[in-house]
Design a protein around this ligand. Sequence first.
Ligand code: AGP
Length: 580
Amino acid sequence: MCGIIGYIGKRNPVEILIEGLKKLEYRGYDSAGIALKGNDIEVIKSVGKISNLEDKINNSNIIDSNIGIAHTRWATHGEPTEINAHPHTIGNITLVHNGIIENAKELKEKLQNKGIKFNTSTDTEVVAALIDYYYKGNTKEAIEKAIKELKGSYALAIINKDEDKLYAVRCESPLILGIGEEEYFVTSDIGAILPYTKNYVLLGENEIVTLSKDNYIIEKDDTKVFRKVEISNLSIEDTSLNGYDHYMMKEINEEPILVDNLVKKYINNIDKLPDLKKYKNIHIVGCGSAYYAGMIGKYLFEDDGIKVECDVASEYRYRNIIYDKDTLVILISQSGETADTIAAMRKANDSQVDTLAIVNVESSTIERESTYSVLIEAGKEIAVATTKAFILQVLILSLLSYKINPDDKYKEDIKKLPQQLKVLLDKTGFYKKLADSIYKHEDVFFMGRKVDYAISMEGSLKLKEVSYIHSDSYQAGELKHGTISLVNEGTIVFAIVTDDEIRDKTISNLEEVISRGAKPIYVGNVDVNYEDKIIIPKVHKKLQPILAVPPLQMIAYFVALKRGCDIDKPKNLAKSVTVE
Ligand code: AGP
């Protein structure tokens, strides 16, 4: 997912743009660039880290300017090269883009037939060419005409070499307008401009904002649009490391207080949460970790007597689903902007069934367009590998399940969670030691049954995502149907064993792999005599995953640290995949 920041106002934009790009790094990128509007437009781009771009800027004699746009690119169309990096310029128009233009190829052919020359293989350059093609002296009109021909997703920040203005427009991809003191910003994420302003405006789809140094106007189809100025509740601390080496470790350690906040908010006011009892069918949809959280929810709601299915959004959105009218579709998404999950939500909305968003980012697309929404209140999650958001997604699902079938033991146990979490997370020396025995392995397997299988899926994803070790998770009963052939002498196998009903079954599956040389790491709520074991407190079964997962997050972190990986920004990954 690319990152965009634009500036117009009283200051020279270079430092604001570069520091803003650094706050957008977590979104994942492979190149970056900046364009400054002075007497002319100057574009500087680089492949790799933002520090490479900074070096180029420091070594060049950049123009004086009060207007600029900047971009971190996560390549979709075209290799991650300097020429393909944004900003792109055609004629008068220079712009940056987040999203995918699905009809770029035919638009490019149409423009080439009119004699327009291209320098790159990107869809973004086609957008610049199309706006420039329609530009006859009025940039806003040219943008209006161009976006009518675009198919796909876009967030655009646009400058014109003949104007002291900044333009922006979005469709599906996020873009917000920041309102400062005699200065304005456009950005993909408010975290990039928090040092300058907390005041922001959410732009609606295809609303074009025209920014000059002293005012802004939002228009759609030549009609003025008035949007409320919101005030962000995020603080700069939310986007700083606060003494941790990595955001991932910072965010894991926020879990106890964040769990405590949600418990206090809901456990004695459970009516604040939607009542799922009225639904006979629940579909739970998400991607990656959000999907694994959904898998945990599936087992909880099934035990509550509701028919549940759980699917990855990229499959769900294409299935031919016959909806019963009393179906609820739950969309789980930290960012609220994942393209496949948005598509799954819109499929359900179009089928006139209720949708419930369990999201972290307020005013995100999924939060705004769902019938109901519950915010997990995780604060800003910057590390690409989700940790605190996952735990809070599971907690909300657990509370929703408690609301269906309340019981006193749950209410008693949930109040102990924060402290139990804190104790588990404080065992860093133990996790480091375990990581020392893991980090040299190239294959690590996980297994479990029912909820333990969902927990093992998340544990496996966390490990592979940040350490690049090949890891897979299997239903414990499935190992002997094939995967067991992969087990060699010393192969590490994590066994997640927290469910009393199937404990013995999973233990016997673990013994099957041990007898073939595997090195077991047991994670469970009953002590056993395995050498490597993580014993977690035994709590109400609807709360157990919340204690089983954080140790796996910690182990993934320390393994990645030992392997010298880029923990907060793993290669090829983006924090929110806003493209399909
Ligand atoms: C999880 O660590 C990954 N970053 C990824 O699987 C993520 O959970 C997935 O892309 C869904 O993102 P979302 O929650 O923002 O929709």
